[in-house]
Design a protein around this ligand. Structure first.
Ligand code: FE2
Length: 417
């Protein structure tokens, strides 16, 4: 299929029908991001005015078995659960879609924030909804479908949370059940596979939805949006987590595997057509007893930049039954902050620099600057930075978002390079 593909870079922050922005991780020099941003930016304004229309030949509606609980605090549709597990139909568009535009735009994100009458607390906990917009012959076909992770299926079957989500932990009937859950945490079997963070198309055409747990790598059909099964990594690198936003091109899949036992990160690469990640190199942490959270990371043509934030993974918080203000993490300003630069070809860390304390979810863009002889003189990496204020994590509780009254109450962030 000749398609347009965009990866999710902010799937955490908005519900599926509002996630109509762009893959900003593409390198500026490739021109891909800017070109598509301009094209899609015009459509975006139109898409906001689209409405569902009845298209009997194409509708595939499966009524939701549950009625969403009424919450008087909910005042924004972005934070309400999807009403149906699955829907597809043609949308009415104001204006015109260019006839040359043909392709499918995929996004995922949290879309269901309750099971039965239990409402989740945090934005990141929502069970994943996969959304598509298919452009062809001036028409726009949209659809969404729940991603059938083990966590989602178990919750639907048992009418309760059964896996450890971002902030939610299964309620245990007794102490022994809690101990059993802890033992399963060590093996990773109790961790969620709720792939609500990103969608990538591998160089071999497979489309994979992702989250921060490695087991939450799920292969989907980009046409039917069906969940086809788990993407099984065939290597023996182990570990339970990885960056939620790998950098994926037609030639490679690059990601970071944080090492919680020996604080550091493995930088790994996977070629199209394989399920085997190979180690490019390793970065040891410069500060702290645990690696910093790596939700995303920047890559340039020749280098991988490994960010070491003072917001670090925390084993104690992983074990807790109730969330802390920083959830699975802890803030260690005394451990300082660093950026490590690894050569993709050699795997060697060419430099590690201390930088001001920072908090970011998403790196946006990265590229190299060269002198007139073609030698790399600098690496530019942009990110959305929250002024080293970790409160953004707790501010993304649904209760806070649903109380939105038109005033921006979230902590400020800015673009830094
Ligand atoms: Fe994200």
């Amino acid at each position: 299929m000749d398609s347009l593909w965009f990866s999710d870079i902010c799937g955490h922050h908005v519900s599926p029908f509002t996630m109509l922005d762009f893959d900003q991780s593409c390198h500026r020099k490739h021109g891909f991001s800017l070109e598509n941003k301009l094209v899609f930016g015009r459509l975006y304004k139109q898409a906001l005015t689209i409405a569902r229309v009845v298209s009997p030949s194409q509708l595939a509606i499966v009524p939701s078995p549950d009625k969403e609980p009424v919450d008087p605090d909910q005042n924004h549709v972005a934070w309400t659960s999807v009403k149906q597990e699955r829907w597809e139909g043609e949308l009415v568009v104001q204006g015109e879609i260019p006839l040359w535009l043909k392709g499918t735009y995929l996004r995922n994100g949290p879309g269901l924030w309750h099971i039965e009458d239990y409402n989740f607390r945090h934005l990141f906990d929502g069970y994943a909804t996969l959304v598509k917009l298919h452009f062809e012959d001036g028409r726009l076909i949209a659809g969404h479908r729940q991603i059938e992770s083990e966590a989602y299926k178990a919750a639907k079957k048992n009418k309760k949370i059964c896996f450890r989500e971002f902030s939610e932990v299964p309620k245990h009937e007794n102490f022994m059940a809690y101990v059993g859950d802890l033992s399963k945490l060590l093996s990773g079997s109790s961790l969620t596979d709720n792939a609500n963070t990103g969608v990538v198309k591998l160089g071999d055409g497979r489309v994979v939805c992702l989250t921060e747990t490695q087991k939450g790598s799920l292969v989907i059909d980009p046409n039917s949006l069906e969940t086809l099964g788990r993407f099984e990594y065939s290597d023996s690198l182990g570990g339970l987590i990885h960056s939620a936003h790998p950098i994926v091109t037609d030639a490679e899949f690059l990601t970071l595997l944080p090492d919680l036992l020996k604080p550091g990160y493995l930088v790994v690469r996977m070629e199209p057509g394989t399920n085997e990640r190979k180690v490019i190199g390793r970065v040891n942490c410069s500060g702290g007893a645990a690696p910093g959270w790596v939700h995303s990371f920047p890559v340039t043509q020749h280098y991988v930049v490994v960010p070491e934030m003072p917001l670090r993974y925390c084993a104690q918080n992983l074990l807790r039954a109730e969330p802390t203000p920083l959830y699975k993490f802890q803030w260690h300003p005394q451990s300082k902050a660093y950026l490590h630069v690894m050569c993709k070809a050699s795997g060697k860390v060419v430099t590690s620099v201390e930088v001001p304390l920072f908090v970011t979810f998403h790196f946006i863009n990265a590229y190299e600057e060269e002198d007139e002889d073609g030698r790399v003189t600098s690496i530019i990496a942009d990110c959305c930075e929250h002024h080293a204020d970790t409160s953004i994590l707790d501010q993304l509780r649904l209760k806070n978002l649903r109380f939105f009254k038109g005033e921006d109450v979230l902590p400020d962030a800015s673009l830094i390079s």
